[in-house]
Design a protein around this ligand. Structure first.
Ligand SMILES: NC(=O)C1=CN([C@@H]2O[C@H](COP(=O)(O)OP(=O)(O)OC[C@H]3O[C@@H](n4cnc5c(N)ncnc54)[C@H](OP(=O)(O)O)[C@@H]3O)[C@@H](O)[C@H]2O)C=CC1
Ligand SMILES: O=CC(=O)O
Length: 320
């Protein structure tokens, strides 16, 4: 008999076929996210959980409803929705999808910075309404880019920025061994806020990083600063960002992630003229989403076969 697996949403044809070949799949097809109470019922006899994005909260309460669960996999690298300590306590390995989404996310992140600085989206907005207006932007060349969270994606953004002639500074909790190779200079958090012409946030959401960017941090930035968030909305205090933009304490923001998310159509941020918002599409290319889904399925199938997950977040309970 095939093991039962719960799939929380839509996935891609090839990884889906692979999953179905090996598992009895109970599949939520919407509308909207799977209701929590239903998920609990489905998990009563499931051995695997495949989460298609970070919208499903996995905590002790959910795991208590899933006595047979042996593996959890999620399509995506961020896992702020997963209580990894609770999974580990129950001996359940959790796998995410690092690596395969790095280049696509770096393209989008650098792309929204470029679009904001050169007002590409604003120019297109005028042209499409029949107005051939010149829209003035700001040079990237020669500017200092500050990356907060210089990990896999941050490093890939740094390469793109260097190719555009930018200087790179960054802040992590720990200085990177290979920052010389990246051509990036390590600075304190305050140094990053004060020195950068543009700041890109690519730090995972955690209790430490939640709300990290508030009034004090925006006040420390240059009034000409461009601010990009491509990590998770709650790293930024939305009201403080709104005030900073409204009063021109910083120049412009480009956000791929927001708090709340989705951002309601009547949200005050959307009434500002110095903002660009994209709907959390960092990894949203056909190739990348397919690779992510494939890695998530490989993580899940490995766990069900009691083999090591290719990308395991809690290696102390990974199968050997
Ligand atoms: N917009 C989108 O569609 C996407 C968004 N993401 C988001 O991007 C995040 C980063 O992904 P990725 O680059 O792969 O992750 P990595 O783990 O490779 O990098 C994260 C970096 O952040 C640093 N960091 C972690 N916590 C802190 C902190 N409190 N203060 C300062 N630095 C910190 C880490 O260094 P150190 O440990 O030394 O501090 C590390 O260098 C994901 O967690 C996810 O939230 C990812 C993919 C797509
Ligand atoms: O936000 C997307 C992710 O992979 O994390």
């Amino acid at each position: 008999m095939k093991p039962k697996v719960v799939l929380t949403g839509k996935t891609w044809p090839i990884p889906f076929a692979k999953l179905q070949e090996h598992c009895d799949v109970q599949h939520w097809e919407g509308p909207g996210p799977i209701p929590r109470e239903l998920l609990k019922v489905w998990l009563e006899d499931a051995e695997g959980l495949l989460s298609v994005n970070h919208g499903t909260k996995v905590d002790e309460d959910l795991l208590d409803a899933a006595p047979k669960l042996r593996v959890i996999a999620q399509s995506g690298v961020g896992y702020d929705n997963i209580d990894v300590a609770a999974c580990t306590k129950k001996g359940i390995p959790f796998g995410n999808t690092p690596g395969v989404l790095v280049e696509a996310t770096a393209d989008l992140t650098f792309g929204i910075l470029l679009s904001a600085m050169r007002r590409i989206h604003e120019g297109w907005g005028w042209v499409r309404t029949g107005q051939w207006r010149e829209v003035m932007g700001t040079d990237l060349y020669g500017k200092t880019l500050g990356i907060y969270g210089m990990g896999d994606i941050g490093s890939a953004v740094a390469k793109r920025a260097q190719a555009s002639g930018m200087q790179i500074i960054y802040h992590n909790r720990t200085r990177k061994q290979d920052d010389g190779h990246l051509g990036a200079r390590y600075v304190s958090f305050d140094g990053l806020l004060e020195e950068a012409d543009c700041i890109i946030v690519l730090v995972p959401l955690s209790e430490q990083s939640r709300g990290m960017f508030g009034k004090e941090q925006f006040d420390r930035m240059k009034s000409t600063a461009y601010f990009v968030n491509a990590s998770r909305g709650p790293v930024v205090q939305t009201e403080a960002l709104y005030d900073a933009l409204k009063h021109n304490n910083i120049a412009y923001a480009a956000l791929d992630v927001t708090d709340p998310e989705p951002l309601p159509g009547d949200h005050p941020l959307l009434g500002l003229s110095n903002i660009l918002v994209t709907p959390h599409i960092g990894s949203a290319t056909y190739e990348t989403r397919n690779s992510m889904a494939m890695l998530a399925v490989d993580n899940l199938l490995a766990g069900l076969a009691k083999k090591a997950l290719p990308a395991c977040v809690n290696p102390s309970v990974n199968y050997i």
